[in-house]
Structure formats: structure tokens, C-alpha cells
Design a binder for this molecule. Structure first.
Ligand code: ATP
Ligand code: MG
Ligand code: MG
Ligand code: MG
Length: 570
């Protein structure tokens, strides 16, 4: 590209209402123009960056086995009514009517549309798993759009949705996406951290966010340098209820069919010693067959008894055995989160200390009379649940995993992955026929990346007093050629044109600043807009076959021979 044929305008000063550095720089560099609150035009220069980010995301998603499609921005209200979110979503959902008074929304996310598409086309287990994604414009009527493209109302998101025949397979894909996201953010040259996260209004079980580390971030992240523990502090607001006892009691009320059996009988039936029944757990959920279920009995980690057909156990239907690690995974909680546990052969009870509400699923007790799934009295039968409340956490507090001390930093949420399980598939009856010709509800995951937010986040991490500093992978151009006297010196013009052609042929994304501007103006512009490599061509150097090279963040330029410039830049 030649600047004379490009269109960009730079500003000396950022608009007074710009709050954070990336927003100021993007406006000054002419990446974006504000159209309305939280709504921006991506100018050609900014669009180059956006597209580079988008393409890295697309490439990695394709490599990971996901398939791209494109869904509409406008979605019919009926689908949102079917999922229940028409009522639940609130004012962030932009609703409108067409000329026939039919109701629509502008999509803030696409679970409903994709689930509708999949339920119509996928009939058999043979067609699963499938992962479909898009890179598409979303609209959320944010109460406080700010920080430029970082909290826009209209923004670009990569959203992927996967469908499976089993929770096992969903977890496999979730792991695949966790790894893919880590690769994407590494390729983008970002300093980031994956953290355990709240499931928010999208709902479901099991979720991680990916945060770009920056002081301007809106989220607090608690992490333990001694272990891999990291959580969004917001998580605690959702998972530590004000009254854990009430949450647990409500849960117990929801459990419909209490079952009874003496602990010793259970042990005998399973052919394990009583000590091996370390924990008992009841999980109410919608398993493969769509019925409410209880998963009960947590066995010591090395036991492989989860295959046993436990339905024989008196009075309990759909009883399943689970290993501790499996339950932890199901609850998306870290090892050690399930507790406290009381086992003395007479009483067995557990609860996840700080995840009571998230599971809201869960409580199980046993006494002399046997196992039962109701009637635990906290304080009398069991200790009060301890709630680890991250909301009040300060640096230096012990990490919930007990492995060290917590540190706190700020993060910008750029990615979010969820195990939705059957939340949407059940509501929209997204079913397939299994090997036995039986209809089953699909398991589902969803995976979002804030493509446009990434551009702002990258600039939050990469800037200096002269402007934007971007990694080569996403800079608007990789190299700029700045000729000293392009319009005055034939030698300079020839050398600049030749180098420009040579770099283009080599596949380098190069811009030649052939404007008739003073050198100072050209240097300042190229630095402001974030070009990582600069080559200056001047008459004096050319006489000795030399060009001047400078990296965006280097203090001094170096002279390089014309013959070596290509290898330097590659
Ligand atoms: P936030 O907590 O910042 O409001 P979210 O949790 O509501 O984000 P998700 O529903 O998880 O967002 O959407 C997936 C991704 O889309 C987010 O991780 C984020 O990167 C991006 N995103 C969400 N809202 C916005 C927005 N208003 N502007 C730009 N990007 C956004
Ligand atoms: Mg939000
Ligand atoms: Mg969030
Ligand atoms: Mg989120």
C-alpha cells in the first residue's frame, strides 16, 4: 500500500471524553470514528487490524475442527420466547417490531438461532459431534458503553457452538477450545490469563474466561502464583450466596424422590469397605435420558466403580456412581472444593463450600436410619457451610486451593467458554436418535471471543508516548518505508519503489509513505499508527548502499546494507 493511495487521518489530540489509552490512541490514529455511543466505524486502517485478529481466530478455529457459518443479526422473538430468555434477558436485548408488528431482536448472542438450525438438520448420533462458529456483529444495549470498542454496543464477536451425544464428549471439546483459545491469544501476542468464571446470563455449568492483563480492565482477577488457581472475583458474587443454608435447603426441597438405604448395605452392595465411601453427593440435573437424576456416592479416587448399575439400590432411580474427580469436573470446581465431608459410618454429608448456589443441586445426608436425600440440619447434623467469599479478598489472602497466597490484578475479558450442557437443547428440544433409535437431548458448549475488544486490549498493553505499539501479527502494516525526498530525489524514489516491490513480492505487508510531507510528520504518523518496523531511505545512505532500520520500540536506528534488508525484515 502507498499512503498516497490510502485514506487515513491522524489527530494531535484525542477527544476530551476518551477515557482509556487505547480509545485515545485508536481515535488519534484514525483507526475508528465514533458514530454514536458505543457504535463505531472501522476506518480502513483500523479495519486492517481487526481483520488480522479475525483471521488468526478463524485459522485456529478451523484448525481445531470447527466449521464457519454466518447467522443473521436479526432474530425472531419466537426463538427467545422458546428458550425463556425473552423474559430473562433484560434491557441489554434490543427488541423491535417490523412493519407487520412482528417482534424481533438484534442478536446479542446466538444460542437460540444455532440450536434451532441444528435441531432441524441433525437427526442422528452419526452427525455428532459438530462445532459451528461465526464471526459476526452483535448488539448489546450496554447500560454504559465506554472505553471505545472495548465496551461497545455494536461489536464483533467470534461465537462458536458445539453439540454432542454425551457430557464426556462436550468436555473433550471444551478442552480442545481451552487449548485453542490459549493458542489464539499467544499468537495475538497478548499477555493473558485463563480464569474460572461465572456463567452469567448465558447459564450452564463449567466456564472459563480469558483475560488480557491490563490496569484498565473492568474485572478483578484473583490468582495464586504457586498453583494454577485463578478466578474472576465476580465469580464469588454468583457462587457465594448471602445465605448458603437457605440455598441448600431449597435444593433439598427440589429433590423429589428421597431414597433410603443403610450405608453398610450400600457398601456391601458395592462390595467396598465402608471407608471407601468418602463422600456422597446428589446432583439434580438433566442427564442423557432427560429425567431428573441423582448422582450419589463419591468413592475414593482410585475406585473404578462408576460402571456399576446402581439402579438396584433401593428406592433410587437413575442412581449413578461417580468418582470425586468426575464430580468436581461436573461442578466445574477445583479439586478440594467439595467439602466439608462428614463420614463416620453413620452420617455422610457433603457440600461444596463456596459453590453451593452454583450447584444448587446438592446436598445429601445419611444417618443411622440410612442414606437419605433430605433433612440435613446445618449446625445440628453438620457444620455450617464455610463460604469462601472472593468479593472481599485482598492480596495476600490464602488461595482457596490452599497452595499459596492470592494476588489480585485487573483483566479485560476477551474470551469466554461455557459448558452449557442441555440448557438450550432441552428448552428448544434439540434431540437426536441414539444407536438404539431412542431420542436424546444433545449436550452443548459455547465459546465466545471479543474480536473487536481484542484490538482495544492489545493497544492497552502496547503503547508508548508516541502512539500504538502492536505485535507484527496484528499491526496494520508490518513495515513502513519512509523515503527522505521521494518527490525530490530520483535515486531515493527508485530505491523506495524497488524496495517496496521487493517486500511485497516477499509477502511482507508493507506501506510506502510517498506523501509529500516533512520527515518529522511521516515518522510521527507511522509511529502513532503502530507500524512495528521502519526503513528510512536517504540519498546519503544510498551512496554507500545503506538503509536505516528502526524497530518501533528501539531507541536507536541502525544502518543496514541494501542487500541485507530483506533478511532483517523476515
Ligand atoms: P462483559 O463481562 O465484559 O460484559 P460478557 O461476559 O457479557 O462480557 P460474553 O457474553 O461472555 O460477554 O461474550 C463473549 C465475549 O464477547 C466476551 O468475552 C467479550 O470479549 C466480548 N464482549 C462482550 N460484550 C462486549 C461489548 N459490549 N463490547 C465488545 N466486546 C464485548
Ligand atoms: Mg456483558
Ligand atoms: Mg463477563
Ligand atoms: Mg462473559
Amino acid at each position: 500500500m502507498r499512503t498516497s493511495q490510502f485514506f487515513f487521518t491522524t489527530l494531535k489530540e484525542a477527544p476530551a471524553d476518551a477515557e482509556v489509552v487505547s480509545q485515545k490512541m485508536m481515535l488519534r490514529a484514525g483507526y475508528i470514528k465514533r458514530a454514536a455511543a458505543g457504535i463505531y466505524t472501522w476506518m480502513p486502517l483500523g479495519l486492517r487490524v481487526l481483520r488480522k485478529v479475525e483471521n488468526i481466530v478463524r485459522e485456529e478455529m478451523n484448525n481445531a475442527g470447527a466449521l464457519e457459518l454466518l447467522m443473521p443479526a436479526v432474530q425472531p422473538a419466537e426463538l427467545w420466547q422458546e428458550s425463556g430468555r425473552w423474559e430473562q434477558y433484560g434491557p441489554e436485548l434490543l427488541r423491535f417490531k417490523d412493519r407487520h408488528q412482528r417482534e424481533f431482536v438484534i442478536g446479542p448472542t446466538h444460542e437460540e438461532v444455532i440450536t434451532d438450525a441444528v435441531r432441524r438438520d441433525v437427526k442422528s448420533y452419526r452427525q455428532l459431534p459438530i462445532h459451528l462458529y461465526q464471526i459476526q456483529t452483535k448488539f448489546r444495549d450496554e447500560i454504559r458503553p465506554r472505553f471505545g470498542v472495548m465496551r461497545g454496543r455494536e461489536f464483533l464477536m467470534k461465537d462458536g457452538y458445539s453439540f454432542h451425544t454425551s457430557f464426556e464428549d462436550l468436555k473433550r471439546e471444551y478442552g480442545n477450545m481451552y487449548a485453542t483459545y490459549s493458542r489464539i491469544f499467544s499468537r495475538l501476542g497478548l499477555r493473558f490469563r485463563a480464569v474460572a468464571a461465572d456463567t452469567g446470563s448465558i447459564g450452564g455449568t463449567g466456564s472459563h474466561e480469558f483475560h488480557v492483563l491490563a490496569d484498565s480492565g473492568e474485572d478483578d482477577i484473583a490468582f495464586c502464583p504457586a498453583s494454577d488457581y485463578a478466578a474472576n472475583v465476580e465469580l464469588a458474587e454468583a457462587l457465594a450466596p448471602a445465605n448458603p443454608r437457605a440455598a441448600a435447603t431449597n435444593t433439598m426441597k427440589k429433590i423429589a424422590t428421597p431414597g433410603k438405604m443403610a450405608c453398610s448395605d450400600v457398601a456391601e452392595f458395592l462390595n467396598v469397605s465402608l471407608e471407601n465411601i468418602v463422600k456422597a453427593i446428589a446432583v439434580v440435573g438433566e442427564p442423557d435420558d432427560g429425567n431428573k437424576t441423582f448422582a450419589l456416592l463419591l468413592l475414593r479416587g482410585d475406585h473404578e466403580l462408576n460402571e456399576i448399575k446402581a439402579s438396584k439400590i433401593a428406592g433410587l432411580t437413575n442412581l449413578r456412581l461417580a468418582l470425586e474427580s468426575e464430580v468436581e469436573e461436573y461442578l466445574a470446581c477445583k479439586p478440594g472444593y467439595i467439602g466439608p465431608v462428614a463420614v463416620d459410618g453413620k452420617k455422610v454429608a457433603i457440600f461444596a463450600d463456596r459453590t453451593v448456589a452454583a450447584m444448587s443441586d446438592f446436598v445429601c445426608g445419611a444417618n443411622e436410619a440410612g442414606f437419605h436425600l433430605s433433612g440435613v440440619n446445618f449446625g445440628r447434623d453438620l457444620p455450617e457451610p464455610e463460604v469462601f467469599d472472593l468479593r472481599n479478598v485482598v492480596a495476600g489472602d490464602p488461595s482457596p486451593d490452599g497452595k499459596g497466597k492470592l494476588e489480585i490484578c485487573r483483566g479485560i475479558e476477551v474470551g469466554h467458554i461455557f459448558q452449557l450442557r442441555q440448557k438450550y437443547a432441552a428448552a428448544l428440544n434439540c434431540a437426536y436418535l441414539d444407536e438404539n433409535g431412542k431420542s436424546q437431548i444433545m449436550e452443548m458448549g459455547c465459546y465466545g471471543i471479543g474480536v473487536s475488544r481484542i484490538v482495544g486490549s492489545a493497544i492497552e498493553q502496547g503503547n508508548d508516548e508516541r502512539g500504538i505499539v502492536l505485535p507484527t501479527a496484528i499491526a496494520p502494516f508490518e513495515v513502513c518505508i519512509v523515503p527522505m525526498g521521494y518527490h525530490k530525489s530520483e535515486a531515493v524514489k527508485t530505491a523506495a519503489d524497488e524496495l517496496y516491490a521487493q517486500l511485497k513480492t516477499a509477502g511482507i505487508d508493507v506501506v510506502l509513505d510517498d506523501r509529500n510531507e516533512r520527515p518529522g510528520v511521516m515518522f510521527a504518523d507511522m509511529e502513532l499508527i503502530g507500524i512495528p518496523h521502519r526503513v528510512v531511505i536517504g540519498e546519503r545512505g544510498l551512496k554507500e548502499g545503506q538503509l536505516e532500520y528502526k524497530g518501533r520500540q528501539e531507541a536507536e536506528a541502525t544502518m543496514i546494507s541494501q542487500a541485507d534488508i530483506l533478511t532483517t525484515l523476515k
